[in-house]
Design a protein around this ligand. Structure first.
Ligand code: HEM
Length: 368
């Protein structure tokens, strides 16, 4: 039926399989009361649960003299594996709602990273809403109706659409390729393993913020690719950049995508097969800090200043504590990743994604 349960121990849209499309939205809160934020999340919970089941938002009044309750563009469309995931950013914990004392220590403002060229129009936000769906119209309908419900309480701060190959184009569901042509997502933790997820992704009660027990921290980075430069670099250069073969996705020197990554492997001259500053070697490090990547490609038309495509990766990862996982990883990558020649990070945000909700509860109830 294409329904992903909205309710559960954890929010959907994190460990659940990635549908074809994403519509990410960051909102800022414009009303200053905790009561109004709480009632907004109660209304959002009901609407999100309905929309992920493929149902319209609310009951129609039947009154011709009122606007319809639901905007209508998803009528007759299937649930399309839609997930709606909510989080709050560091700015949510200023003194507006009296929640400063509940800010998790892990929800830091990201430090500046090497190579950042951040633009305010793609950064931050009090609230994150990640909609993933197999249908873009269904995803649009979700964000539109959530914004509509939030009118007078929240305003959109920034949005980004993203895509990957669809399941129609790849019924086997192989690892998707990013816009640099490489398989992306090979070395990810096993989302089916609750042990691995608890270690890498889910925050625990003892981690500091009890209300985040079963939640997770989300890093969002809008990473533009310098496609024109990449397209002029040789296949060998491209493969050295990542440390993997383009066609198979195998580690350099190996045959198959899921072959073990042997960082000690050397060629006949004693040179490491996986270069010292390759993306995979730096991101892997000693293997102790891991993250769950769940990124999408994006293409946002043309950059009017240069006449080139504004396209790249909407990098999204989830981790239990960004201070120990995402941040040190990105610091290392920002410093010396060979990939930096071909990318620029121009958007950034950090969110605490709430634990899951059971039926009858509402998103954020452990915090508000
Ligand atoms: C691995 C692409 C940004 C963390 C990979 C791989 C590719 C790739 C092709 C190898 C296949 C795989 O295991 O998925 C990209 C591109 C990026 C980008 C195109 C930006 C445009 C980042 C960022 C981080 C990151 C910002 C985290 C700070 C990782 C990790 C791995 C990886 C942890 C797996 C390393 C391993 O254990 O083998 N990436 N990546 N990547 N990337 Fe990225």
């Amino acid at each position: 039926s294409g329904i992903v349960d909205f309710y559960g121990t954890h929010q959907a849209g994190i460990a659940t399989p990635s549908p074809n499309f994403i519509l990410f939205a960051a909102f800022d809160v414009t009303s200053g009361s905790l009561d109004s934020v709480r009632s907004l999340f109660q209304a959002w919970t009901a609407a999100a649960a309905a929309m992920t089941r493929g149902e319209p938002v609310g009951e129609e009044s039947g009154n011709d003299h009122l606007p319809p309750t639901d905007t209508g563009e998803a009528v007759g469309l299937s649930p399309s594996r839609t997930t709606i995931t909510f989080g709050v950013g560091p700015s949510f914990f200023d003194n507006r709602f009296g929640l400063a004392g509940k800010r998790p220590a892990a929800l830091v403002d990201f430090p500046a990273f090497g190579g950042d060229e951040l633009r305010p129009e793609w950064c931050g936000g009090d609230i994150a809403v990640q909609v993933c769906s197999d249908d873009m119209q269904v995803a649009f309908h979700a964000i539109r109706n959530l914004s509509r419900i939030g009118r007078g309480k929240v305003v959109l701060r920034w949005t980004q659409e993203g895509f990957q190959r669809t399941s129609a184009a790849d019924p086997e569901g192989a690892t998707p390729r990013n816009l640099l042509g490489f398989k992306d997502g090979t070395a990810n933790p096993d989302t089916a393993s609750e042990t691995e997820m608890s270690e890498v992704v889910w925050a625990q009660a003892g981690d500091g913020a009890n209300w985040m027990n079963g939640g997770t921290y989300m890093a969002v980075r809008r990473v533009r690719m310098r496609i024109e430069v990449w397209d002029r670099s040789t296949l060998a250069d491209q493969e050295q950049t990542f440390g993997r073969h383009r066609a198979s996705g195998a580690p350099l020197g190996s045959r198959n995508e899921f072959d073990a990554v042997d960082l000690d492997a050397k060629d006949a001259n004693g040179k490491p097969l996986i270069p010292l500053n390759s993306h995979v070697r730096l991101a892997r490090g000693d293997g102790s800090a891991r993250i769950l990547r769940r990124s999408y490609s994006y293409s946002s038309g043309m950059d009017n200043k240069t006449g080139q495509l504004d396209a790249g990766l909407l990098f999204i990862c989830f981790n239990r504590d960004s201070r120990k996982q995402f941040i040190p990883m990105q610091q290392k990558l920002g410093q010396s990743d060979l990939l930096n020649e071909y990318i620029v990070h121009n958007g950034s945000a950090h969110f605490a994604c709430f634990p899951g909700v059971r039926q009858g509860g509402y998103v954020g109830e452990t915090l508000f």
